[in-house]
Design a protein around this ligand. Structure first.
Ligand code: NAD
Length: 366
């Protein structure tokens, strides 16, 4: 099959890590008989330099006419880069917010997977880690507290700040369906996280999730209060498959979940709308401190490309093949600098490689 992939290489390490993901996609194409046609799209600092805007209308059109978009990362050093002297709506990150909004990307997926070989990067005790964990945080991305009305006003001689948290049935239903769909491709368990003992928006969340669950009889589901979920993530992370939650709870829980897996260079992510379209990117930023040195870890971007194959193109076997190759390369003892063990004796038992070599090693194992 033919797929049109919009490619946003972006800034900093972005071009280095996306190049490796494209290398892996091309190898998958050759192995499974697909072709990926790439359209380069400018966004972030490189777009500011070329056009004066972090994201032009032409770039949005190019993204809209792609089947999916693979992205590196955008932005520069926020203290020294001239991009951060520009007004807020002209800075690199404004391009990403505009793109998410233009493409109506309401569902954010962040897997938290602990690789056996990287167990020592996990701050949890061995008896809690057991044989590892593999969960997916599914966060609503365009509603809730971050998008509600807000104000700060003086009342009775003091400042009073308000933020409102609003969710409609439609917003909850579409993310819940996405969550159950994703669970069907995984271990068929959904934990819906809310604060229904206090919040009206959470009570509506719970009601709609229960309605949606009826259409997925194969999926086991449960409700969990957010405070309990924060605790369970470090007490027994192995119990989770898909965690489905609203915007602010997901913001906090996804960072907590990613911390227990180790390096930022391993964490992929996807943002989806209600079509098959998605924006796939590593969870980390543009890492200006290591840009251009050929040492960045490309695995998060390569795993994001695997998510693109699974969720936008329904190519499950191809996605699994990439994930298996990543596991194999780690098992064979290859590490980029960010995932090197700390202790000298353990360092001696693995081989440190750069960005391009890591891409090549993964391609060899496909
Ligand atoms: P960062 O994620 O870029 O870097 C944090 C640390 O993690 C750095 O030490 C970096 O070297 C390391 N790191 C990140 N990715 C790595 C990789 N693949 N391999 C090895 N090490 C890696 O966060 P930051 O320094 O706070 O932000 C830098 C820039 O990135 C800022 O302009 C910020 O706004 C931007 N940013 C962009 C995105 C995005 O494009 N979606 C996300 C977060 C931050």
């Amino acid at each position: 099959m033919n797929f049109n992939v919009g490619v946003i290489k972006g800034d900093g390490i972005g071009p280095e890590i996306v190049t490796e993901a494209m290398k892996v996609l091309d190898a998958i194409g050759a192995k499974f008989g697909h072709s990926f046609n790439y359209t380069q799209i400018l966004m972030g600092g490189c777009s500011i330099d070329a056009t004066g805007e972090p994201l032009t209308d032409e770039a949005i059109q190019a993204a809209l006419s792609s089947d999916a978009v693979l992205m590196g990362s955008i932005g520069g050093n926020t203290s020294t880069s001239p991009w951060y002297k520009l007004p807020a709506d002209k800075r690199p990150e404004a391009g990403l917010l505009k793109l998410r909004k233009s493409l109506n990307l309401f569902a954010n997926l962040r897997p938290a997977y602990l690789y056996n070989e990287l167990k020592e990067a996990c701050p949890l005790r061995d008896d809690i880690i057991g044989d590892g964990f593999d969960m997916m945080i599914m966060r609503e991305l365009t509603g809730g507290l971050y998008f509600g009305e807000r104000s700060t006003k003086e009342e009775d001689g003091q400042l009073v700040a308000r933020d409102s948290l609003t969710y409609s049935e439609t917003e909850i239903r579409r993310i819940a369906k996405r969550g159950f769909d994703i669970a069907m491709k995984r271990r068929k368990k959904v934990t819906s996280v809310d604060k229904a003992n206090v919040l009206d928006s959470s009570r509506l969340w719970r009601k709609i999730v229960e309605e949606v669950a009826k259409d997925y009889p194969e999926v086991e589901y449960e409700h969990m209060l957010v405070d309990n979920c924060a605790m369970q993530l470090v007490k027994n992370p192995r119990q989770f498959d898909v965690i489905l939650t609203e915007n602010m709870f997901g913001d906090i829980l996804s960072d907590e979940a990613s911390m227990v897996t180790g390096s930022i260079g391993m964490l992929s992510s996807a943002s989806l709308n209600d079509t098959k379209f998605g924006l796939y990117e590593p969870s980390g930023g543009s890492a200006p401190d290591i840009a251009g040195q050929g040492i960045a870890n490309p695995i998060a971007t390569i795993l994001s490309a695997a998510m693109m194959l699974r969720y936008s193109f329904d190519l499950d076997a191809e996605a699994s093949s990439i994930e298996a190759a990543v596991k194999k390369v780690l098992a064979d003892g290859y590490r980029t600098i960010d995932i090197m063990p700390q202790e000298a004796d353990k360092r001696a038992s693995v081989t440190q490689v750069g960005t391009a070599a890591m891409g090549d090693l993964i391609v060899e194992r496909l």
